[in-house]
Structures are given as C-alpha cells and as structure tokens.
Design a protein around this ligand. Structure first.
Ligand code: ADP
Length: 483
C-alpha cells in the first residue's frame, strides 16, 4: 500500500502546533511497520530561514495544477523526514507561501486550494501508484472534494481512497461561494448536501462528506464532536457519517522526546533526583528563586480559550498567594499575552512569562516542572500532557477529549494514576484540583514519587498509533472499492 500523508505543517520544517509533530512522526512509524508512505507539504518561506535546504533535491519544475485558476507554476522539492527514509515533497511556488505565520489569513483560500490541487498533480507526476491519501484538517480538505468531482474520470487519481484526519474541528475554513470558481470546482457544490453552510462554503464540511472515511485524534473526541457542545455546527453531518468515523490517539515521538537523550534539557531524567536537578536549573535559567520544595507549575500552549487560558487567568492571582511558582510559554490572544505579562512585574521571583515560540525552552519546562497545566475547554488529543508525563511532570487537566484518554486520576489507595483532573469547565474546579495537586506535591512526598514514576512508565509511543492508521487505510480502500 502506498500512502500520501498531506499536511500544511510538518515538524521540524514548519510548526505552529500539534499537527506538525504528528505529521513529522507518524509517517516514520507507519513506514517502520512495513507500509510505503510519503509526506507532502507547502514550501513555506520560513523553511528556508530555519533549515538547511541545500540538501533538498528538485524533482520537478514548471508544473501547473490542472483545475485551479491560479496558473502559476510550481516546483517539487524532495527531502526526508528527520532521521528517516520517509520522503517529503515540498510544493514550491513564487510568493504564495511567503508569510511568516503559515496560517496568515491573507489569501488563505488561494494558498490552501492551490496546494490541494498541486498535491494531486504531484501524485500524478511523481507517485502515480499511490493508493490512499491522508488529508489533515480543513487546509487539505479540498483534496477529497477534487477527487470526487473534477478528477472522477482521471485514470490515475480515480482509484485513490481518502481519509480525512480532524485535528481540531474548531477551524473549518469558511468562505464566500465565489471561491469554488477560483479553485476550479463546480458550482453545484454550493449545496446543502455538499459544501454550503449558512450561505458560505465550508471546506471542512466538504472534507467530511467527500472522504471515504474520517478519523480524529482520540476516541473521546470522536464521540464528543458528534454533540452540539463540541461539534461546532458539524455534529449533524458527523452523526450521519458516524459509521465511517474513527478515533485514534496520537502518540509522541520517543526517538526525539527522550528524557535520557534530549539535548535541550539540563540533565537526563531517570530518577526523581534528576528531575529536581532539572527543576532548580530551570529556576535559575528563568530567574526564579531556586527552591526544590516550592511547587513549580507550568503552562505551554496557544493562549486561546480552547486551552483554558481564561480559567487560568481567573485563578492565578489567588494561586500566587500560595507557595508556588508559575511558568508560562505561549503566544496567542493579545488580551492574554498582555494580562500575563503584567504578572512578571508583580511577582518577578515567582513568575516567568515567556510570550514567544521556543522549542528549546519548551523542553526545559517539560523537564523542569512539577505540574503541567492543561485545563482545556476542548482538546482533540493534546500533546503537552504526554510530553510532560514522559519527563515525569504531573498533568492537571480537564477531563475532555484526548486528556480524558491519556491522564488517569491518582488514587492514593492503590497508588495508581498519573495526574489530577476535573470535568465541569469552571475556575473553582480548576482551583480546587490544582490546590489538591499542590497539597500532594508538598505534603505527600511518597505519593508524589509514585505519580512521578507512574507518569514515566506510561507508553505513548507511536507504534500502536501507526498500526491503527494502517488498519484505517485498509478500511478506506475497502470503502473506495465498494466492499
Ligand atoms: P495544539 O495543536 O492545539 O496547539 P497540542 O498540545 O496538540 O496543541 O500541541 C502543541 C504543540 O506545540 C506541543 O508540541 C507544544 O509543546 C508546542 N507549543 C505550543 N506553544 C509553544 C510555544 N510557545 N513554544 C514552543 N512550543 C510550543
């Protein structure tokens, strides 16, 4: 089986969030499990700035997508996923992918639709024996739409099965109906049974309806998105397709996120003592008071309400009256960036606010904290809690989506469990849960080392995930063939 894994972001070439990590890791494990897989992404301008591209090979030039009205030529560059033999193709065209922020709204429909049609052209030119395309999120959701409309009779493309992976249903790609013409797609798609959605074109809806199967990144989120609370208006069509909707938990790349070998962290972590050495080094590095006993609580992520940042902002003042330190790393909503920045001035020795995107610092924080905070309003899978557990940092979460599937409540009676959590999205619940975790950290040392050890023993490696994806690819092919 040959699979094209198509993503708008792939680590380490361009990363905005968790999708990049998955796209940079999962294909390697699928290949290790014996399947033929390659990755396709846009050649974002900042790849040139962050990465040595001299090793990229130019495999095609002057290609033009067959249906799209934007007729600028593109080239196909080839390289490999980090530390592997998995091929990655980059679609390179003048000016289109120049923004510093890869999801910059300007011309985003043109950029994403051109990419989708160019991927199909690349498959025809470079990988005509592809059997399955795995699209990811709305940015690549037009691929199944193209396949089931303008390329229905194409000799190469007509046999390809599709699976759409939804990493976040909160982002759907809504545009005016005219965009269909721009993409070279038929007007009849502007129809309630296709892409029409309250007078707009909804690209993710197209992906959901036109893919052979759909999956999302945790079993709980697969159920949640079929409800009004989590479906963001698409719960109805997801229910219609519920037989073809699957939930597969993401993993983390153990070859990169390795507490014994990670070059970013201060000391390798094998025991709780090593953990404390990382903690005090982190305190020193960030200008906090060096103290093994204070509870160091951290947050890494996008500063948006999806991540529960509003709840954190409501309780942080109270929390800082107690014996804790707080480290934040993230960018996002200006309102929260500014709010948290003010805390540094008020509590310079207790708080470290880092409004930036910094992978090196992220690793140091995962390794050096006691508690990792993730009180998300919704969380399709979430990687932060898995990274933190891998480095022996105890997660405090809201039990939703992938957080529910990966964190289990610590029970002092049987000594099982990896963290602490709550259900109702309310600041009082977060505060209570967090104070309980702080109590365990400060007063119940034996329990705390149990939790530390339980976290470090968890298995979030990609092998299981890869096997499940291969099963899904087979199901997609069967559906395509009408079995
Ligand atoms: P999402 O994809 O919704 O943003 P995830 O938890 O799935 O959330 O993945 C977020 C990824 O991005 C993690 O690898 C996290 O460490 C990383 N990340 C988020 N914000 C930052 C930041 N400011 N600096 C460095 N890494 C970050």
């Amino acid at each position: 089986m040959k699979i094209a894994y198509v993503s708008y972001e792939v680590s380490p070439f361009a990363k905005a969030g968790g999708l990049a990590d998955v796209a940079g890791a999962l294909p390697k494990y699928i290949k290790n499990a014996g399947e033929d897989i390659y990755v396709v992404m846009p050649f974002h301008k900042n790849i040139e700035n962050n990465y040595d591209i001299s090793k990229f090979e130019v495999v095609k030039t002057d290609l033009i997508p067959d249906s799209h009205t934007h007729k600028s030529p593109f080239s196909v560059y080839k390289s490999y996923l980090e530390g592997s033999s998995v091929v990655i193709y980059f679609i390179k065209t003048d000016t289109l992918y120049d923004s510093k922020n890869i999801y910059d709204e300007e011309n985003i429909f043109l950029k994403t639709s051109y990419f989708c049609d160019s991927v199909l052209k690349t498959i025809k030119e470079c990988e005509p024996d592809t059997n399955v395309i795995n699209a990811n999120d709305w940015h690549t959701s037009l691929i199944p739409v193209y396949l089931k409309t303008v390329y229905l009779q194409d000799n190469i493309l007509k046999k390809i099965a599709t699976i759409l992976t939804i990493h976040n249903i909160g982002y759907q790609g809504l545009f005016n109906p005219e965009v269909l013409n721009q993409a070279g797609l038929p007007n009849y798609l502007f129809n309630i049974n296709a892409l029409e959605y309250y007078g707009k074109v909804n690209i993710l809806k197209g992906g959901i309806l036109f893919s052979n199967i759909i999956n999302t990144v945790s079993p709980t989120y697969a159920k949640e998105i079929q409800t009004e609370e989590y479906g963001y208006g698409l719960e109805g069509i997801l229910k219609v397709r519920s037989e073809d909707l699957f939930g597969v938990l993401n993993g983390i790349d153990y070859s990169i996120y390795d507490p014994l070998k990670d070059p970013h962290i201060f000391y390798p972590i094998e025991s709780y003592k090593d953990k404390l050495k990382n903690k005090t080094s982190l305190q020193e590095y960030l200008g906090l008071v060096k103290d093994e006993n204070v509870t160091l609580i951290s947050f890494i992520g996008r500063l948006f309400e999806q991540k529960g940042i509003d709840l954190i902002s409501k309780i942080i003042d109270f929390l800082l009256l107690t014996d804790i330190q707080f480290v934040l790393l993230g960018t996002g909503d200006k309102k929260y960036e500014e709010y948290f920045a003010t805390l540094t001035k008020l509590y310079p020795k207790k708080v470290s606010i880092n409004i930036t995107f910094d992978v090196d610092l992220a690793q140091k924080i995962y390794a050096g904290s006691d508690i990792f905070l993730m009180p998300s309003k919704y969380e399709p899978c979430g990687l932060g809690q898995m990274y933190s557990m891998r480095y022996g940092t105890v997660p405090v979460v809201r039990y939703t989506g992938g957080l529910k599937d990966t964190v289990s409540e610590y029970n002092p009676k049987d000594k099982k469990g990896t963290g602490f959590g709550f259900y109702e999205y309310q600041e009082a619940n977060l505060l209570y849960t967090l104070m309980n975790a702080v109590y365990f950290h400060q007063k119940r040392n034996d329990d705390w080392t149990n939790i530390f050890e339980n976290c470090m023993k968890e298995d979030f490696s990609y092998e299981k995930t890869a096997k499940k994806y291969i099963e899904l690819y087979k199901i997609a092919l069967d559906k395509k063939r009408g079995y």
